[in-house]
Design a protein around this ligand. Structure first.
Ligand SMILES: [Zn+2]
Length: 352
């Protein structure tokens, strides 16, 4: 990975030339650098017909951004003034095909100075929201989507496994919906502290206490005979449980199935880049519902930006560092340590 120069992009039909003001550095990008071939393989399997990455060509990553509008291409309505700030889902429509901004050889991402976006997906940044906070819209929308996919109800008791940026985004979304108590677990003390600041009601160090045990203790009515086999048929019931898998390493889904109560719904948001194994019979015996989640939809994205701008959610604490473009390679290395950083923002106006 290097910091270098490429030519300025030119906006095509219904496209907009924008300047990056702030772009969050994402764990998916760290994964992609390490497992690019696997990611390309996954792209081919899940989105056939869409342009796939060519690992031999240049790639400018960055898909969590807030931008300033610089110029419009042909066929645009120019609805937002040049110089105004905007956010967008990281996609651009190009000649009838959808390109993933930040994972496309032809459309640079937000770790560069200039990008092309579609006018169709631009959203004005309201209420003078700072650019780096607006750039959190994308990762927070991932958490929001995971909560929506879990079809969570007001009586559900959530457990968040892993408090990296995705786990934190899930906690913010649960808090926004007034759900709880939110139990969250991570081996890192720094991440547990952040989880608490962002709304977790109880944080657990799994090296000290089983998060599943504590979550079940909260779910069952006091005094219920949990281990009596007859309770299954005639006894009291625990609160329904929802677990968010926000780690993404092999073995976590199996561990969750082991620790889950019967009928638990599991939202898998952590992107595991390797093949994984779990015991179907455990999941069958407990009737566990595994829901895999990816990204968000346009309404969830737009509403996350609105909620940030309205002050309905406050996630500024996620930002633990800022770098210029030349600092991105070092930021990738720094993000490997969970004790130091959650979200580092690339601000191209910074020199280091
Ligand atoms: Zn991301």
């Amino acid at each position: 990975m290097v910091a270098g120069e490429v030519g300025d992009p030119t906006p095509g039909e219904q496209q907009v030339l924008v300047r990056t003001l702030a772009c969050g550095i994402c764990g998916s990008d760290l994964h992609a650098v390490e497992h690019l071939d696997r990611m390309i393989d996954m792209q081919r399997k899940t989105a056939p017909g869409q342009p796939a990455l060519d690992p031999s060509r240049d790639l400018i990553m960055g898909h969590e951004f807030c931008v300033e509008i610089v110029d419009y291409g042909p066929g645009t309505a120019r609805a937002l003034p040049v110089g105004s700030r905007a956010c967008s889902m990281p996609v651009v429509v190009d000649r009838g095909r959808l390109q993933a901004v930040g994972y496309s050889n032809d459309f640079p991402g937000g770790y560069g100075e200039l990008m092309l976006l579609s006018e169709l997906t631009l959203l004005a940044v309201p209420n003078g929201l700072p650019a780096e906070i607006a750039a959190l819209t994308e990762p927070l929308a991932v958490g929001r989507h995971a909560v929506e996919k879990a079809r969570i109800g007001s009586d559900d008791l959530p457990l968040v496994i892993g408090c990296g940026p995705i786990g934190l985004a899930v906690i913010v979304a649960l808090k926004q919906k007034g759900l709880g108590p939110i139990v969250a677990a991570d081996f890192s003390a720094a991440r547990r502290a952040l989880a608490e600041r962002l709304g977790a009601d109880e944080v657990i160090d799994p090296a000290v206490l089983s998060p599943y045990q504590r979550w079940q203790d909260l779910a069952w009515p006091p005094g219920a005979e949990r281990d009596n086999p007859l309770t299954l048929l005639f006894g009291e019931r625990p609160r329904p449980g929802v677990i968010f898998e926000c780690v993404g390493v092999p073995g976590v889904i199996a561990q969750i199935c082991d620790g889950a109560m019967r009928q638990t719904r599991v939202s898998v948001v952590g992107a595991c880049m390797q093949p994984d194994r779990f015991e179907p019979l455990v999941a069958i015996g407990k009737e566990i519902n595994l829901q895999f989640c990816f990204g968000y939809d346009p309404l969830e994205f737009a509403d996350t930006l609105r909620a940030l701008a309205e002050g309905e959610i406050d996630a500024g604490a996620m930002i633990t560092g800022r770098v210029g473009i030349a600092g991105v390679p070092q930021a990738f290395r720094d993000l490997a340590s969970p004790e130091t950083h959650a979200k580092i923002i690339c601000d191209p106006s910074l020199t280091a």
